[in-house]
Write a protein that binds this ligand. Structure first.
Ligand code: PLP
Length: 463
């Protein structure tokens, strides 16, 4: 029986109605969406700009979902995709089958990742990469005869994705609640970024909640790995203090625990270095990447492991098949796009530009702090940045949760054609930014001016 659904939409209103009716949006209120429909319908992207169906042009200061690193509308990528699709759009990588784009990309990743992170497994995104890392590491410990090492330790407010394993590693309650129950053997440290605790300072009152304290509580012989974002993104943009990631590396080495760096946001230039861990010269055992690997021109993720780990796996499982593989592991066209994307990042020195623009963003944030008494705690690393809004900055008084300060300011930004992201969390209100790595000084100034106007409009509301 055919359904009576009008597939041809000719007007904006019809499009909105169809969106309301037929599309269940990710991370969106179902009820509000049913009532209000889509907030934007975009039809074109060029550089740092997105144009909606009304012809209005917005600055995409979030690189959409922290992922359009090289900016929108790159013809070169479209050409690379067309060429690859016309030659060999896809072929499988199971059972030892291969193709040149996946080989070249694996080789390229080995050359740009730190240390001996030289061996890649491919996925279609960040969640799949993290789930793969968890399975691979548990498999490793089992083969090593340490089958009790199954626990994965994450941190409160860390975000690692939405598949069952990745949600369980995520330390954000709303995502956990959606899953109703965590998968077994995922544990969270509750204290963020206390370097002294991770180095073993038991006199600190926060010690028990630190990663070290959590490992000791759980039993060192039961812990398989820890997972951290080098810079915490979705949880509210937190940059660790100097020495923190090195302390974690030391801690993992001390207990023989594997370290996973979730580079899904940080990777491919976002923090002013090719990878987030490069800011602190730390080499994890496993690195998970996605987003910036293709700058979102197509879905792709990877799990990059050390050569040592791969060789050990080969030694201890000589005849075993690695029973893990997605249909699209090493998708041919996705790999060709990733190669072109990385070529552009290197050719245009976008990593260097991200570092240079960090200084411009911080200058702008200081201007905002000087001109708006509600702006505080501004921070940036490369083109990953944020600040907090406080009702009384001197006394550290937050806005009432009900005011929804950050979403209101972001609403004012939208009116001024600027897209940024609010993070409301346990009483704190932050605004976060991740503009494309091509953003220049003038564009940073425009972003700051629009922000200043938006904050003034919120201040005039008198909350
Ligand atoms: N890890 C981090 C740090 C992320 O920010 C995200 C997504 O935002 C993920 C993992 C999940 O990636 P994906 O949405 O591609 O599954």
């Amino acid at each position: 029986m055919t359904k009576n659904i009008a597939l041809e939409n000719t007007t904006i209103n019809e499009l909105k109605e169809s969106d309301k009716k037929y599309f269940l949006h990710p991370t969106t209120s179902i009820k509000q969406h049913q009532a209000n429909g889509p907030s934007f319908i975009f039809k074109e992207g060029k550089g740092i700009y997105l144009t909606d169906i009304n012809g209005d042009q917005y600055i995409d200061a979030m690189s959409s979902l922290w992922n359009v690193n090289i900016g929108h509308g790159r013809e070169e990528i479209a050409e690379a995709a067309k060429e690859q699709m016309s030659t060999l759009a896809y072929s499988s990588c199971f059972q030892g089958f291969s193709h040149e784009p996946v080989i070249r990309l694996s080789e390229k990743l080995a050359s740009i990742t730190p240390g001996d992170l030289n061996v890649s497994f491919f996925t279609s995104g960040g969640s799949e990469s993290n789930d793969t890392a968890f399975k691979l590491i548990r498999h490793y410990w089992k083969l090593k005869g340490e089958a009790k090492r199954t626990k994965i330790i994450g941190v409160k407010r860390g975000y690692h994705g939405i598949t069952v394993g990745a949600t369980s590693a995520t330390g954000i309650d709303q995502f956990q609640n959606m899953a109703t129950a965590k998968a077994p053997d995922f544990v969270h440290a509750t204290t963020r970024f206390k370097t002294n605790c991770e180095l073993g300072d038991k006199s600190d009152p926060d010690y028990a909640g630190s990663i070290r304290g959590t490992i000791e509580k759980e039993g060192t012989e039961t812990v398989a790995a820890i997972i951290v974002e080098p810079v915490m993104g979705a949880g509210g943009l937190f940059i660790p203090p100097a020495g923190y990631l090195q302390a974690l590396r030391k801690l993992c080495d001390e207990y023989g625990i594997l370290m996973i760096a979730d580079e899904v946001i940080c990777g491919f230039g976002r923090t002013g270095k090719m990878f987030g861990v490069d800011n602190w010269d730390v080499v994890p055992d496993v690195m998970t990447v996605a987003k910036g690997i293709t700058s979102a021109y197509i879905q792709l993720g990877a799990v990059i492991i050390t050569e040592r780990l791969r060789n050990e796996l080969a030694e201890i499982s000589p005849n075993d098949v690695f029973f893990h593989g997605f249909t699209y592991s090493g998708h041919t066209t996705a790999c060709a796009i990733a190669l072109k994307n990385i070529e552009i990042i290197e050719r245009e020195d976008l990593v260097g530009n991200a570092k240079r623009m960090e200084a411009e963003l911080m200058k702008g944030f200081k201007y905002l702090e000087n001109n708006h008494s509600i702006v505080t705690k501004s921070r940036a690393i490369g083109l990953l940045a944020g600040f907090e809004l406080l009702k009384d900055r001197e006394k550290g008084v937050p806005f009432d949760q009900a005011i929804m300060a950050a979403p209101k300011v972001v609403g004012e930004c939208h009116k001024r054609k600027l897209i940024v992201r609010p993070v409301v969390f346990e009483g704190s209100n932050s605004i976060v930014f991740a503009p494309p790595l091509i953003t220049n000084k003038e564009q940073v100034e425009t972003i700051i001016n629009k922000l200043s106007d938006a904050i003034s409009a919120f201040e005039r509301q008198g909350h």
